[in-house]
Design a protein around this ligand. Structure first.
Ligand code: UDP
Ligand code: MG
Length: 326
């Protein structure tokens, strides 16, 4: 097995990593567009497809592609669905290139944009993010992602104009740092940005999903964004300390006021509903705080179990002795 920690002498310059989950409808189109672009670059490359436990014909199609171009194709088949980011991590584990570029399988990131990223990496950038010129997703995805972008910028120090676009380039050193992090449920582009010394962004085209359906439901998106917040910032926790201090100061003033009032006016039983309103409000804050706390505790729990982030079933690749020396 070749891992990112040892770059063999025969390593290609560029590794393309593509997670694939039930993408039988688009794979053929992807092959037809990706390989000509890469061949046209006239540089050594490898394409690593990571099948994320697909239940359709994707693994069979990937196997076919491997048989057609075994010199530049490697296929990592995961045992079970591990999620997009874990699948990319698996690809990172096997990538040998100096530049590692990630791409979605559904052709929303046009392969024709890859040379743009490579040009930036040639210019010395160790991390190249991307901004979608015009998004072709459903409307609600636009608004949700813009709002999340804004919130994330507030509470983490990560500068990413467009967090959702997975067409990104990472220098091998960044990839190694990401792999060494051993983080579960992380958000790779943000982690990459964190480690980068000289990051940059390029504007890329964005297309409609060529075929098939998005693998992200609203629930999964919310979850991903929670991960993004909790793995890169403890501001939400600190916020609740501040709210706690605020609420206790106000209640202290209220208690003093009530005591003074009791002494001046005597016993009263009015204002029960105001009291209810106040206590419901505080209870709401408490529940939210417990929820946020739970997110962090959950992360710690997932992390300390040390379960593998993905399980590799098979890898289709040429053994070094079969490989033609360039
Ligand atoms: N993907 C994956 N595992 C998953 C979900 C998605 O490997 O559990 C892959 C999917 O095949 C695609 C990429 O991640 O290549 C992005 O997924 P999708 O296009 O469904 O997301 P969207 O573009 O809707 O955000
Ligand atoms: Mg997509």
């Amino acid at each position: 097995m070749t891992t990112a920690n040892d770059q063999p002498a025969t390593a290609p310059e560029i590794s393309i990593v593509i997670p694939v989950y039930n993408e039988e409808a688009v794979l053929q189109k992807l092959f037809e567009r990706l390989y000509p672009v890469m061949d046209g670059l006239d540089r050594s490359y490898e394409v690593i497809f990571v099948d994320d436990g697909s239940r359709d014909r994707s693994p069979a199609l990937l196997r076919q592609m491997y048989q057609q171009r075994p010199d530049v194709t490697r296929v990592v088949l995961l045992r079970a669905n591990a999620g997009q980011h874990a699948a990319i991590l698996a690809g990172f584990e096997y990538a040998r290139g100096t530049y590692v570029i990630t791409l979605d399988a559904d052709l929303q990131n046009p392969p024709e944009e890859i040379p743009k990223l490579i040009a930036q990496m040639d210019a010395g950038h160790d991390y190249v993010g991307s901004i979608r010129r015009k998004r072709h997703d459903q409307k609600w995805r636009h608004y949700a992602s813009r709002a999340m972008n804004r919130l994330r910028r507030r509470i983490t120090n990560i500068v990413m104009t467009d967090q959702g676009c997975m067409l990104r380039g990472y220098h091998r050193d960044i990839v190694r740092a990401i792999l060494d992090s051993q983080e579960n449920h992380t958000f790779l582009p943000a982690l990459g940005y964190l480690y980068a010394g000289n990051p940059t962004e390029v504007v890329v085209e964005h297309e409609k999903r060529a075929a098939g359906e998005s693998k992200y439901s609203l629930f999964k998106l919310i979850h991903l964004n929670f991960d993004l917040m909790t793995s890169f910032s403890i501001v939400p926790l600190q916020l609740f300390s501040l709210v706690g201090i605020g609420v206790s100061l106000v209640s202290l003033a209220f208690v003093v006021f009530l005591v003074v009032r009791r002494l001046i006016v005597g016993p009263e039983a009015e204002g029960v509903f105001t009291l209810f309103a106040i206590s419901f409000f505080v209870m709401g804050i408490l529940l939210l705080a417990v929820g946020i706390l739970g997110e962090y505790v959950g992360r710690i729990y997932v992390q300390v179990r040390h379960r593998p982030r993905f399980l590799v079933a098979t890898v289709l690749e040429q053994r070094p002795e079969e490989r033609k020396e360039p």
